[in-house]
Write a protein that binds this ligand. Structure first.
Ligand SMILES: NC(=O)c1ccc[n+]([C@@H]2O[C@H](COP(=O)([O-])OP(=O)(O)OC[C@H]3O[C@@H](n4cnc5c(N)ncnc54)[C@H](O)[C@@H]3O)[C@@H](O)[C@H]2O)c1
Length: 253
């Protein structure tokens, strides 16, 4: 068991990649705080995952909400060994000039400023546990994407933040890493696919962008997350790990 007796505070854990990460962590012996803005879905996921999961309502874009969620986690488990910043939104899918100020602000608040809030709230507990932080970034933060400028900008910033946080918190024994999925079938990806000009061709397109030939489900991210949060990765920090089936690799035909 790679995460025995560990407590993982996992945002956006009610569905999609977060849910798969929660499942993987629990399988490896962890208790997981399902911190999500959707309380009904969080309760449903918690019921599915069993006694090692605790549902906590949390809007990662709202500082006081994050503070309350971290306090609830500490009240229940008395420790936090890992924070996995996974909650995110991907809409709208537009070039920058077509993005409204409200859309820009919302993307930055949910995907990026959220890390500011979780770090401020949970760092004292992570210092005590000499814990780990994991950020779900995206391959588009490294290589870009058409018609997704604001989203890609949040993910690029997350990657820079991961490296800075790794440096700042290394003296406390806290490791900070990021995973970069390419495509993963989740409710978010289904929504993005529906926004594309030719939704019918999207499955073929998404299989094709991955060198390994298919668009995966979230279990591939769950396995990578368990590794990065575990002692097996004890000398790995500031790592931006593509979990992408080789989608970023060069010319292909
Ligand atoms: N699915 C993909 O193809 C893909 C690819 C690269 C990166 N990612 C990243 O993976 C992460 C998870 O994405 P997903 O595909 O599982 O999405 P999803 O929409 O399926 O799940 C996201 C979860 O986050 C929660 N959430 C949304 N806003 C929140 C907020 N303000 N506070 C707390 N919780 C909130 C939702 O309720 C939901 O449970 C995101 O950061 C996303 O950018 C996804």
């Amino acid at each position: 068991m790679l995460l025995e007796k560990k407590v993982v505070f996992l945002t956006g854990a009610a569905s999609g990649i977060g849910r798969e990460c929660a499942l993987a962590c629990i399988r490896e012996g962890a208790s997981v705080v399902i911190a999500d803005v959707d309380p009904d879905q969080a309760r449903q996921t918690t019921a599915d995952l069993g006694a090692a999961a605790l549902a906590v309502e949390c809007d990662v874009a709202d500082g006081p909400s994050v503070e309350r969620a971290v306090a609830a986690a500490l009240a229940r488990f008395s420790r936090i060994d890992a924070v996995h910043n996974n909650a995110g939104i991907a809409s709208p899918s537009k070039p920058l000039d077509a993005t409204s100020e409200a859309e820009w602000d919302r993307l930055l608040a949910v995907n990026l400023k959220s890390i500011f809030w979780t770090t401020r709230a949970a760092l004292p507990a992570l210092k005590l546990s000499r814990g780990a932080i994991l950020n779900t970034a995206s391959l588009v933060g490294l290589i870009g994407q058409t018609s997704h400028a604001a989203y890609a900008a949040t993910k690029g910033a997350m990657i820079a933040l991961t490296k800075c946080m790794a440096l700042d918190y290394a003296p406390f024994g806290i490791r900070v890493n990021a995973v970069c999925p390419a495509g993963v079938w989740t409710p978010m990806l289904e929504k993005w696919a529906a926004e594309q000009p030719d939704p019918a061709s999207i499955h073929t397109y998404l299989d094709g962008i991955h060198a390994l030939g298919y668009c995966p489900r979230g279990d591939v991210i769950g396995d990578a997350a368990v590794f990065l949060l575990s002692e097996r990765a004890r000398f790995i920090t500031g790592c931006i790990l593509p979990v992408s089936g080789g989608a970023e690799l060069g010319y292909r035909r």
